[in-house]
Design a protein around this ligand. Sequence first.
Ligand code: NAP
Length: 255
Amino acid sequence: MIDFTGKVALVTGGSRGIGAATVKAIAAAGGSVVIHYGSNKEAAMRVANEVGDENCHTVKCDLSVLAAANALWDDALAWKSRIDVVVNNAGIYCAENRAGPEADWHKVWQRTLQVNLMATADLCRAAINHWRNRKSGGAIVNVASRAAFRGDSPDHWSYAASKGGIISLTKTLARAYSSAGIYTYAVAPGFVLTDMVLEEFERDPGARARVVSEIPYGDMAPASDVANAICFLASGLATHATGQTIDINGASYVR
Ligand code: NAP
């Protein structure tokens, strides 16, 4: 049975979408959760109210700022003086224009790699140092994407590259630290019905039907499917799966 009683989890991007569903699932399984958000305080407070103020602590941190993740870690750790699980979920999906000005191109690449990959690496580093110092184990679940394996659209080179980096980071940490009881996993969602996807559909009204027609399952995944996979991996019920990735994509890309 999945049970987080006595454990503290840090979930980045816990205010909306997959992160919010993960916060709720961990809290429902008895865990205490640090709900991180970037700017949407209202959304974070809604999630906090739902799980109960006594079970959570909210922290604002803009992960597009280099090294900001370290302040997030310090704040999260100070809440209960321990963190047992880190879910690196916060992410952005920005298009870059290959044919546009080089400065804009670099801006999107830098922001995407910073939020999706560097901030994740910083939090993994802080967590592993914490667990090594207190001589205990811990679990990290990194949210990658189907794009890490399949690639993404012609306008999303940096997004796909950032998620590919997440997979190799996850494998490296699993190989390096599983002997110390530190287990690292990834999940790779395909299309999940969240604000990230709804924003894309607003830009391109035909996209929704196109996307769904390419999913053998017949629909996009709900955020709860991804949250449940994250909880299972973080729960410690299958630690020999360290380094592995669970795909959640309705068979739209079977590896
Ligand atoms: P979402 O609904 O857009 O939520 C994104 C979350 O990340 C929000 O909590 C947001 O905080 C936070 N965030 C965004 N930019 C940030 C920044 N600069 N600093 C700090 N926090 C920031 O996204 P989602 O669909 O749930 O995606 C979650 C993860 O799943 C991402 O890593 C994404 O790449 C991955 N994923 C999603 C899909 C999909 O189809 N939805 C597919 C594959 C992978 P605020 O609420 O404060 O803005």
